[in-house]
Design a protein around this ligand. Structure first.
Ligand code: COA
Length: 260
């Protein structure tokens, strides 16, 4: 598939999506958001892709935010539509994928960039990374889920401090805040992502998808995470992956999950 703003490679069950606008610090313009949607949809629909790594090109930025040049003259209705459309096709879409998405934060993750990383299922960062939601410095608020996902990850007080000060935290503080799971050097970042992906690849994709659904349910309005867990747990018993996983354990061999 042809893309202008992103690069996609696939190898050994892992799709790597790289946002590729380095001269604009990989800022998310509308075209990039649409291409990301297509790339995530393609990966989700491919039976061979079992983990998605999301990163930015270059050594400076993951994503330095939504492209400010595109919305500076928007009206109230256009602003609302920008957030609604972006959340629907990219941010919520990523959060609800059944294929695991790891954000590999290789530099600035600001505004929409941090929001995109927070929509991923978890995050790792290089030690040069800087994260923040600086929207109020532009007279606007985070619109791609940041006011919800940042407090879920770091707690309300820290989230509001980050949002109200519009400041940036470094990778080590992000680790301390539970915003990222691991911090490493820039050189070691992709190898670490691949190592984590390889561990995920050992496991049942059907069970992983069920776990994502159950975990997400606990964060959705009007849904009961415990109920969803019971439903998903029960469903697993009807899968070929469960047959294989339990059989392999009893036969003292490594499971070969069919993904069904
Ligand atoms: N939207 C549009 N363009 C952006 C951008 C964004 N969010 N972030 C960076 N860019 C562009 C800059 O305009 C510049 O383009 P130019 O060379 O054509 O002028 C290029 O990327 C490089 O950025 P620059 O500001 O020169 O790099 P820097 O190292 O001096 O500063 C940042 C890096 C990240 C601190 C700075 O770019 C910045 O503050 N960006 C905006 C962050 C933000 O507010 N994001 C939230 C948006 S809602």
């Amino acid at each position: 598939m042809n893309y202008e703003n992103i690069l996609v490679t696939t190898e050994n069950g892992i799709a790597t999506i790289t946002i590729n606008r380095p001269t604009k610090l990989n800022a998310l313009n509308k075209a990039t958001i649409k291409e990301l949607h297509r790339a995530f949809k393609t990966a989700e629909e491919s039976r061979s892709i079992r983990v998605i790594l999301l990163t930015g090109s270059g050594e400076k930025a993951f994503v330095a935010g939504a492209d400010i040049s595109e919305f500076s003259d928007y009206s109230v209705a256009q602003g609302r539509e920008l957030a609604a459309q972006g959340q629907a096709i990219l941010f919520d879409y990523v959060a609800h994928l059944s294929t695991p998405v790891i954000a590999v934060i290789n530099g600035f993750a600001l505004g929409g960039g941090l929001e995109l990383a927070m929509a991923a299922h978890f995050r790792i960062a290089s030690d040069n990374a800087k994260m923040g939601l600086p929207e109020v410095s532009l007279g606007v608020i985070p619109g791609y889920g940041g006011t919800q996902r940042l407090p879920q990850l770091v707690g309300k007080g820290r989230a509001l401090e980050m949002i109200m000060t519009a400041g940036m935290i470094d990778a080590h503080q992000a680790l301390q805040y539970n915003l990222v799971n691991h911090v490493t050097s820039l050189e070691e970042l992709m190898p670490l992502a691949e190592k984590l992906a390889a561990k995920i690849l050992n496991n049942s994709p059907i069970a992983i998808a069920a776990a994502i659904t159950a975990v997400n349910a606990g964060f959705e309005d009007g849904e009961n995470g415990f109920e969803e867990e019971i439903t998903q747990f029960g469903k697993c018993f009807g899968t070929a992956d469960f047959q294989e996983g339990t059989q392999a354990f009893l036969e003292k061999r490594k499971a070969k999950f069919p993904g069904k």
